[in-house]
Design a protein around this ligand. Structure first.
Ligand code: ADP
Length: 269
């Protein structure tokens, strides 16, 4: 609680009394703490690639590297860290836009099967590289109301995580089913599951937090920014969906997103 007092005076200048203001600032303080934690995290995340770029560039400039192979590998590191910075900044800006609700969703009917076909096509090379099989079980003529680009972003993130956190030869799959009887209650449940490394129980409640990773080194080597799932969570909520995760270490993970079917109709009420 914050407590402020100001003296009040009559028009002729004589003392009238005190005005006290008692204000609950818990929420404001909590927001301040969250904001400064986020700034600290962002700075830390940016510092690592910047230090690498600087360090390797300085070594090359000092002329200490004589053989071409080492020189190329240093240049490759500088390039890759530059890319990482780009991704990080992109994700940070994206998250801040989404969190401050500056992304108006453009609702239109989205054909789910076509959406997943195009996502599978984009991710096929990454899956093939690791001999991962991608499967889908999606009703042929199913449309939902949503923002196509944002839905794509949600499922691209979930599926590329599934590929990243699954070992060679594993499986990744998408299942779509319609839930509910009466039209008004109908929902679509999309499950993205993998036979991957899984997530320890103690980490499950935290994986949607910004920059939270179970294994920093693994996330880094797969090019992750640690922001993907926060973005997915926010975009799901903007679509009035619910997102949850089930996972077992060594067996795999499932991310389950339930979306209302007829969102545009609800909006018109
Ligand atoms: P990242 O960029 O690190 O992948 P995300 O926000 O997408 O960040 O995910 C946060 C963390 O959740 C990951 O670092 C990883 O530890 C864990 N994770 C996400 N998806 C999966 C999955 N399918 N299987 C196992 N762990 C996962």
């Amino acid at each position: 609680l914050q407590f402020d007092g100001v003296p009040m005076f009559e028009d002729d200048g004589s003392y009238r009394g005190m005005l006290f203001l008692l204000q609950d600032v818990t929420d404001i303080r909590r927001l301040e703490v969250m904001r400064s934690e986020f700034v600290a995290n962002v700075s830390h995340e940016l510092k690592t690639p910047i230090a690498a770029v600087k360090g390797f560039a300085e070594t090359l400039l000092a002329g200490g590297v004589k053989d071409e192979e080492t020189e190329r590998s240093f240049l490759q590191i500088i390039h890759d860290e530059g890319e990482r910075l780009n991704r990080l900044i992109g994700d940070i800006l994206e998250l801040s836009k989404i969190e401050s609700k500056r992304v108006p969703l453009e609702y239109a009917p989205v054909h789910l099967k076509e959406l997943f076909d195009s996502i599978f096509e984009m991710l096929q090379p990454a899956a093939t590289k690791k001999s991962i099989v991608m499967l889908q079980n999606i009703p042929e003529h199913l449309f939902i109301e949503g923002d196509e680009d944002r839905l794509k972003q949600i499922f691209m993130n979930l599926l590329s995580n599934a590929i990243s956190y699954t070992l060679e030869g594993g499986k990744v799959r998408v299942d779509v089913e319609v839930l509910g009887e009466a039209e008004e209650e109908e929902k679509v449940r999309v499950t993205v599951s993998d036979t991957g490394i899984g997530i320890p129980k103690k980490d499950l409640p935290r994986i949607f937090e910004r920059f939270y990773r179970v294994d920093k080194a693994r996330s880094r080597s797969s090019g992750g920014t640690g922001l993907g799932l926060s973005i997915v969570k926010h975009l799901s909520e903007l679509h009035r969906g619910t997102l949850r995760v089930e996972s077992k270490v060594g067996e795999g993970s499932s991310f389950i997103l339930e979306l209302p079917f007829m969102q545009q109709h609800e909006d018109e009420h």
